[in-house]
Design a protein around this ligand. Sequence first.
Ligand SMILES: Cc1cc2nc3c(=O)[nH]c(=O)nc-3n(C[C@H](O)[C@H](O)[C@H](O)COP(=O)(O)OP(=O)(O)OC[C@H]3O[C@@H](n4cnc5c(N)ncnc54)[C@H](O)[C@@H]3O)c2cc1C
Length: 394
Amino acid sequence: MEFRDTAEESAFRKEVSTFIKGNLPGSLVGVSAFEEPDDEDIRNALKEWRRAVGRQGWTAPHWPKQYGGAGMSVTEQFIYSEEMAESRAPQVGGSGVAMLGPVLIRFGTEEQQREHLPRITSGEVQWCQGYSEPGSGSDLASLQTRAIRDGDDFVVNGQKIWTSGAHRADWMFMLARTDPDAPKHRGISMLLMDMKSPGISVQPLITLAGDHVFNQEYFDNVRVPAKNIVGDENRGWYVGAALLDFERSNIAGAIGHKHFVNDIVAAVKSTPAKYALGPRLKRVRNELADRAVEAEIARLISYRLITIQKRGGVPNYEASMHKNYGAELGQRIASTGIYLLGMLGGLHHNSALAPIKGRINHAYLSTVASTIAAGTSEVNRNVIATRGLGLPRS
Ligand SMILES: Cc1cc2nc3c(=O)[nH]c(=O)nc-3n(C[C@H](O)[C@H](O)[C@H](O)COP(=O)(O)OP(=O)(O)OC[C@H]3O[C@@H](n4cnc5c(N)ncnc54)[C@H](O)[C@@H]3O)c2cc1C
């Protein structure tokens, strides 16, 4: 791995950082684009930020240019994400850019590409991912939501759960069972469902941290035009699995960890003496140093993934390693923060005394889900054990 930029890479890094300096208002620094901010000014500023990134042509960094993407190389994408994360800029795009777009580019009809891709890059349309069901998460291929062909439509009945952003999404890309008699991986199709279709009910699920991030949806005879199938009927499992090929190293996560450790240090330093963190600080100084070192290790694992991709490979067990390390590190940093700051660390953001706007408390509660979302730690450990270490399957 060469850590230094080439002359071209360094010029591109400068271009990204100049763009950020010129367009990112201070009010958006550190704002998460995936949670609905209460403040209307922030919501408007976010819209303007999305537009500015769109005008620059960077909403979909990894898509080819002919589909409205930026056509960036693997290294350019990495530099772009690194600079955005270093500046704590809100991410743009969501699952339409990260997941659906690449699938439509590879498997979609021309009509689907024409209809959906421009509205994803313009930010006009938000997508959600309807895969998980109450009985089907890790064992996704057991999903039961049915789609039965009726004339020019599929009629969908069933339930999805844990769907991030479904309450704000205009469309859902979903997996549904189209052949119940086929072996479980072979009877599934991917459908594009307009969330305004009659028969969909979206119910909020509030997380431990009090956020409305995900939802459950019920489908009661929802009609989806047959032209909205992506790829061949009953081959949806393979279309869905192709999403993994587009997985990118999440450098933003690693840099976020580093920022969080630094924020905790700053919070400790600015805590008035009367709260007597001193004795506690002495005891956990080494633990805090460990977190700082681990944040750096997370960054280096990202570099390992990007090196594999630069050489034309697709990270396999390395991606599971990276996911687990980052998710578990987020939990450890939050625990260290809570312990260091004592009762202050546990304060909610609406308390004037809460250090760093209550982020320690929020992270402590919200990172519980990170070892479940996008593949649980246990399932990832199975991948590391069998594909990485070559251990037997059972
Ligand atoms: C914050 C968040 C956002 C999410 N967003 C979305 C979304 O937008 N769209 C979507 O479709 N889904 C989403 N999900 C769902 C997520 O993909 C599932 O929760 C995840 O795949 C786990 O499935 P499950 O919850 O059904 O748990 P299960 O698969 O039932 O697992 C239960 C327990 O059993 C363990 N386990 C299961 N199988 C094995 C095995 N083979 N070996 C060892 N242990 C095993 C698991 O590790 C876990 O501890 C989200 C989840 C979270 C937490």
